[in-house]
Design a protein around this ligand. Structure first.
Ligand code: NDP
Length: 304
């Protein structure tokens, strides 16, 4: 079994992005711009936004975080998005999800100019993936394919099983694997006999959000295991337990850890696997930077 080292792949991509931005800056006098809009006080979202802002600055991207109080109205929020759409220095606009409950997420997101949809969540951009004509992809699925490319994993002809059908991970990665000639089954919470699908799979992509859910007996010998799940667990009396957000806060000072959906015992049967942490996770923010650069190049008409 080989560990698919997302940190390593991510570092290589970051170096490429830095290099390319330097060259483009010399050529055009400009650098890519990313604007991140965050509403409310979601602690996890704030941490994510901070790490995006930090990485953007490190890579030479002009980053701008716009924070709003939860009391802002939809109209005001959309007005800001429209301003960013018009701003020539902004290439990517990202609205951090989840938005507070009072907002209609799709109403807000669909106001982003599709040419600045750096997360690649808008119908036009997701549709281009279905048509196999896309040049921008949602960050987590894009990161998974970069890992495959780095390790020369050819998915053509593989039986792939994607668990989870969100528009952020499950559905786009299923389409992207299909475009790479894998035979894809999408499973979800209503799937009957999930284990039967998994046991047939040469490649499993799990995006469920349940710690250790996929056990050793559910996977085939020699399979490729891609674990997208990020689950917070705590260690208590030497036993790791799953817990919700409030419990995490409560136990924060006593220590907590992150684990994936795939049980560590299943790794032994795999040919390749992504660990959690250190697998798919590090790729996601890096691909956001990569996407910002792609949108910048597209605007400058420099995309090959
Ligand atoms: P969602 O909650 O939107 O989707 C979860 C999916 O899992 C749903 O389709 C759901 O089915 C399915 N599911 C839930 N329980 C089961 C079950 N028992 N059997 C089969 N399928 C099940 O999550 P996301 O796609 O946004 O994220 C999934 C996980 O990936 C989370 O842990 C999240 O934190 C993590 N994540 C990690 C990222 C990274 O960078 N590594 C980036 C994005 C997400 P149904 O549709 O029927 O409800």
């Amino acid at each position: 079994m080989t560990i698919l080292d997302g940190k390593k792949v991510s570092s290589e991509i970051k170096l490429q992005v830095i290099k390319e931005i330097k060259v483009l800056k010399k050529k055009t006098g400009k650098v890519p711009g990313l604007s991140v809009v965050i509403v409310g006080e979601n602690k996890a979202s704030k941490v994510y936004v901070k790490s995006k802002d930090k990485m953007a600055s490190e890579l030479g991207i002009k980053s701008n975080v716009i924070e709003f109080d939860e009391n802002i109205s939809s109209v005001e929020l959309i007005k800001k998005i429209k301003e960013l759409n018009e701003d020539g220095e902004v290439n990517g606009v990202l609205v951090q999800l989840p938005l507070p409950k009072k907002f209609n997420t799709w109403e807000v997101l669909t106001n982003i100019n599709p040419d600045k949809d750096v997360d690649c969540f808008l119908p036009t951009n997701l549709g281009m993936i279905l048509l196999n004509r896309a040049n921008i992809f949602p960050c987590t699925p894009a990161g998974i394919l970069k890992i495959f490319d780095y390790y020369n994993i050819n998915v053509s002809g593989m039986n792939a099983c994607v668990i989870g059908r969100s528009f952020i991970v499950g559905k786009p990665i299923a389409a992207m694997l299909t475009n790479r000639n894998a035979t894809v089954t999408i499973c979800h919470s209503k799937t009957k006999n999930l284990a039967d699908h998994l046991k047939r799979a040469d490649l499993i992509v799990s995006a469920i959000g349940k710690p250790g859910f996929i056990s050793e007996d559910m996977v085939k010998q020699g399979s490729v295991l891609i674990d997208v799940g990020i689950n917070y667990i705590i260690k208590k009396d030497d036993v790791y337990e799953h817990c919700d957000e409030l419990q995490i806060k409560k136990f924060e000072r006593k220590g907590y850890a992150i684990t994936g959906d795939i049980h560590k015992n299943a790794y032994k049967k795999s040919l390749y696997y992504t660990p959690v942490p250190g697998g798919v996770g590090p790729m996601t923010v890096t691909m956001l930077m990569y996407n910002t650069l792609q949108l910048f190049k597209k605007k400058q008409d420099l995309l090959k």
